[in-house]
Design a protein around this ligand. Sequence first.
Ligand code: PEP
Ligand code: MG
Length: 325
Amino acid sequence: KKERLELLAAVEAVTKDGAEMRLSANISSVKELDMAVKYGALGVGLFRTEFLYMDRSSFPSEQEQFEVYCQVVQKMDGRQVVIRTLDIGGDKQLDYFPLPQEDNPFLGYRAIRISLERQELFQTQLTAILRASAYGKAKIMYPMISSLEEVRQANQILRRAMADLDARGIAYDANIPVGVMIEIPAAVTIADLLARECDFFSIGTNDLVQYVLAVDRMNEQIAHMYHPYHPAILRMLRTTVEAARNAGIPVSVCGEMAGDERSVPLWLGLGVHDLSMSIQSLLRVKHRILNTTAADARSVAEECYKFATNAEVEKLLTDFNESSR
Ligand code: PEP
Ligand code: MG
């Protein structure tokens, strides 16, 4: 069975009736790249950079970061690598950068909020990413965006990093695509406004589900309430995809939902053709896509959008998954 799955790695992810899907990998270290390529990832859809900052005693320098980002883009050899800027806070802490004790860390000082306050740290990271962009296909992605002002402020620091590299005579991709994670409900409702000033969206369903349903993703006691197939989530997905489509920018999904093969009909129904997931999920999802007829999947998705409860959506998706295996 394992061998058969590995043969799958070389096959393109296309439904029986020809709908194509691009499957990329979520990674957090250079070590994972060989596996990602082996399992057929067409790119890195989410590079979680916080792991570069962890298990050490001080912030990584521009040069240290550059070397890591450069290795990743070079190893991916022209395939796209979406590098997400630092997303600490929430459940992720750094030993050498004590964050204040908070009553609600997931609603607190994290991700882009820290980057926009500690601009020198942010600029260092952006400079390192820009330098790596001269060696492969890099994209920049901002986490936890909740307003257009945050995007504009982040871009201002990005321009500063570019000016600094210009002054130092160092090459970078001046047209590097800059996108945002859609993982806060506010970002969904202003997706049309964000789309005008972003090059791409990536939907982070892990946080989106947590914030839309007000269910802490780490809290075991309420884990049974963490429902990715809640109608509210489906509507959020649709709003985001429509906003991206209207603005003519690409949209992908990089949360755990992308790695759940039962979701495939939802993506086909919405017209999402770009998914990024943990390496272990790549072949399972591809296998699902190869055994799916897009036309059938689209009518399943349409049914899902009519349901009023998570249970009904989940049951139909589970049944469809089992019937066409
Ligand atoms: C997400 O929130 O869906 C996501 C992909 O990012 P993380 O899991 O790192 O918060
Ligand atoms: Mg997230």
